[in-house]
Design a protein around this ligand. Structure first.
Ligand code: ATP
Length: 690
């Protein structure tokens, strides 16, 4: 049999050229004026030979489900096309072929000619292909432009979004992606490619009689081939959602917005997933660093792990950190002293409140000191109000108790007394961090700005936090992506986009399919908050919104009456053992309303011989231990089985809300928190109801 040859078949003939994408944000500068196909200098015959040689080096991949195509147009006509297209479990590789390239810094040279733009032209080809392939749900990062440097070994460089790989290294490079696309997605991509590129010619990959042709070129050796295939087989397959999305989600990842945008949708609709893919996409398509942030650190830690598998190529260009930690780092870098101590701050507040005269208008039966402490944190400091006039004027979004003017004036005095005490004690509260960081940025903006900022669970941030993050990128195209769902807001107070000076008019997207929960779990979650009203970020009122579609069905949630904490723990341990036996311990989580309850639950589980990992120490790594923490810590996360050992029965009943405004606000918050906890469960849910 002859050695590997390019053979065409009838099946894939007569196709139209790749359709131009109506891109508003080209991936890299176009090379309209550049010499065509200049990445492969030399006569066409030489290029064809090089292409055939590269195709030959891919033979071994056929055995693991890859398909190779070549574009029949001669290289000089191929300005907008890749020389070879490789499709398989590792993704879609658009290959061009070049020889004698040297890389110096960010420049690619052929002899003394700068061919960087010619190399980057392949990124434009990939950008257009991505735009087509999102229609079959292919995540944009799965289309990879690679320039193969012929007759070279040990080359692996990145020039913008394009990878330069030595011919002898190509097999290993492709195989290293392991198995990312399921066979069904490979078929969908192939079908779409046939529509997109009717002229594409399948390359029949046949094992040559002589494994390494003696033509003087640097081919992969038999050893290289074996090693590459072994390494590829050893690469852990990624979860399918890392490479394959719903087409609407995949399109949203790349959608370009001329200003801040907002992605909303009920629990489990893929908001975070889209945000993560979008972070990777933006990191690939523009220079600089993308910031992904949320209120608590657990979510960014878990997302960092996911990003490393989802987009290893740009994981180092995406910074994942919670807002508080971001502010702390900025202040430390600028030498600003900050001493956050919430325990001492609480004492300072209690002391200031205790000093109020008995006839102070804040002494009302409806509201205790806790209500007023939240008012200072979420309304005055949270909204960044700096004078009484501003406070007297403000709409107290999300707060139920209607304050009189006198009460506002009295609250302002209480706030000032609290601040004086903090100052005297030399401590700050958590809100100060964000306010001080904002002051610092006003004084001196970042030396190296972010290319984009993506905020997850945005509804849980304060207005001052969102303003701070908006200030990092302003209103530039695709600068700010806000992701969230106000029905999952678990902190008191609120704000609207108008309050923070952000407009997303015409740039809001709603996701409507729940992929996480079973219909039974989601039903219970929605029963909990049914009828409750919450102010949306656009100022409207949201009530009882739920995803239009739910993809999964499963067992009914289990509600178990437990009279005492001891009974709760006994029942919780029994349930944890049962589900851990069926589904493994790693996917089990116990979530509690308070830190204290979480500590008790963790102790009880440990005493029963179960391994426990606190959510405060969880970073998304698979660990065979029951995760335990507060519901707030679990925001944005998910687990196969969720156990909620201390659920108050009244929250599940559809009775009238409490009469007092402050009580009603607390009651609604607790119900939203329970809704959030329930929707963390993918497959199974257990509630210990007291
Ligand atoms: N197209 C999809 N195909 C398969 N799984 C998906 C898809 N989209 C999302 N998922 C999965 O659904 C789950 C929920 O996604 P994600 O956490 O992004 O939702 P969310 O809207 O951010 O949820 P929440 O607001 O409740 O935190 C995740 O396991 C995610 O991988």
């Amino acid at each position: 049999m002859a050695s590997t040859a390019f053979l065409s078949t009838d099946r894939h003939r007569h196709l139209a050229p790749l359709r131009a994408c109506s891109s508003t944000a080209p991936r890299v500068a176009s090379t309209a004026d550049a010499p065509v196909a200049a990445a492969v200098p030399g006569p066409d015959a030489g290029r064809e030979g090089a292409r055939e040689s590269v195709a030959r080096s891919l033979v071994a991949l056929a055995s693991v489900g890859h398909h190779v195509f070549r574009d029949p147009r001669p290289p000089r006509d191929r300005r907008h096309h890749a020389a070879l297209v490789l499709v398989g479990p590792g993704g879609v590789f658009l290959l061009d072929v070049a020889e004698d390239l040297q890389v110096e810094g960010d420049q690619v040279l052929h002899g003394d000619r700068d061919v960087t733009d010619d190399v980057l032209a392949l990124a434009d080809v990939a950008y257009r292909a991505e735009g087509e392939l999102v229609e079959v749900g292919l995540a944009p990062g799965e289309v990879r432009p690679v320039v193969v440097v012929t007759d070279a070994r040990g080359v692996d460089r990145r020039i913008g979004p394009v990878r330069l790989v030595g011919e002898a290294d190509l097999l290993r490079h492709v195989a290293s992606y392991g198995s990312r696309l399921p066979a069904v997605e490979v078929e969908l991509v192939l079908a779409r490619l046939r529509e997109m590129l009717p002229d594409l010619v399948p390359v029949v990959l046949e094992l040559p009689e002589v494994p390494t042709p003696h033509d003087g070129r640097t081919h992969p050796s038999t050893l290289d081939v074996d090693e590459a295939l072994v390494a590829g087989a050893a690469a852990r397959p990624v979860e399918s959602w890392m490479a394959v999305l719903d087409p609407a989600q995949a399109a949203l990842v790349r959608r370009s917005f001329n200003g801040p945008c907002r992605i909303r949708g009920g629990a489990g609709t893929g908001k975070t997933l889209v945000g993560l893919h979008r972070a990777a996409y933006l990191a690939r398509s523009r220079p600089g660093t993308v910031l992904v942030t949320s209120l608590v650190q657990t979510l960014p830690d878990v997302l960092r792990h996911q990003l490393a598998a989802l987009a290893p190529d740009v994981a180092d260009r995406v910074q994942l950190v919670c807002v508080q930690e971001w502010a702390r780092r900025l202040l430390a870098a600028r030498g600003v002293r900050v001493a956050v101590d919430e325990s001492i701050a609480r004492i300072a507040f209690d002391d200031a409140f205790a000093a109020l005269a008995p006839d102070n208008p804040l002494h009302v039966p409806d509201c205790g000191p806790g209500y007023w402490r939240v008012e200072i944190s979420k309304v005055i400091k949270g909204r960044g109000i700096t004078d009484l006039a501003g406070y007297l004027d403000i709409a107290r979004t999300g707060r139920r108790y209607p304050m009189s003017r006198d009460q506002r004036a009295a609250l302002w005095e209480l706030y000032r007394a609290y601040e004086r005490r903090l100052g005297a004690l030399g401590v700050h509260d958590a809100d100060d961090l964000v306010l001080m960081a904002a002051d610092e940025l006003r004084r001196r903006p970042l030396d190296v700005p972010y290319s984009a900022v993506i905020v997850d669970e945005v509804q849980d941030l304060t207005a001052a936090g969102v303003r701070l993050l908006h200030g990092l990128v302003g209103d530039v195209r695709d600068g700010l992506t806000l992701i969230g769902d106000v029905q999952q807001a678990v902190y008191p107070g609120g704000w609207t986009l108008a309050d923070v000076g952000v407009s997303v008019a015409g740039r809001g997207v709603v996701l409507t399919t729940n992929y996480r929960n079973t219909a039974q779990i989601l039903d219970l979650a929605h029963r909990v908050v049914a009828g409750d009203e919450v102010t949306d970020l656009d100022g409207g009122v949201v009530s009882g919104e739920r995803p239009e579609q739910v993809r999964r069905n499963g067992a009914e949630p289990v509600l178990e009456r437990c009279g005492s904490r001891r009974e709760q723990h006994v029942a919780m341990i029994a349930r944890a053992r049962t589900v851990a036996r069926d589904a493994g311990t790693a996917g089990v989580a116990v979530l509690c309303a308070t830190n204290g309850a979480a500590v008790h639950a963790a102790d009880a589980l440990r005493a029963a011989g179960l391994s426990v990992l606190l959510l405060t120490d969880y970073d998304g790594t698979q660990v065979a231990a029951v995760k335990v923490g507060t519901i707030k810590r679990a925001k944005g996360l998910e687990f196969s089985h969720v156990l909620l050992p201390d659920v108050c029965a009244e929250l599940l009943e559809r009775g009238d809300p409490p009469a007092g405004a402050a009580d009603r606000e607390r009651w609604e918050l607790q119900r939203r928190e329970l809704h959030s906890a329930i929707t963390r469960a993918r497959d199974g849910l257990w509630l210990g109801v007291a």
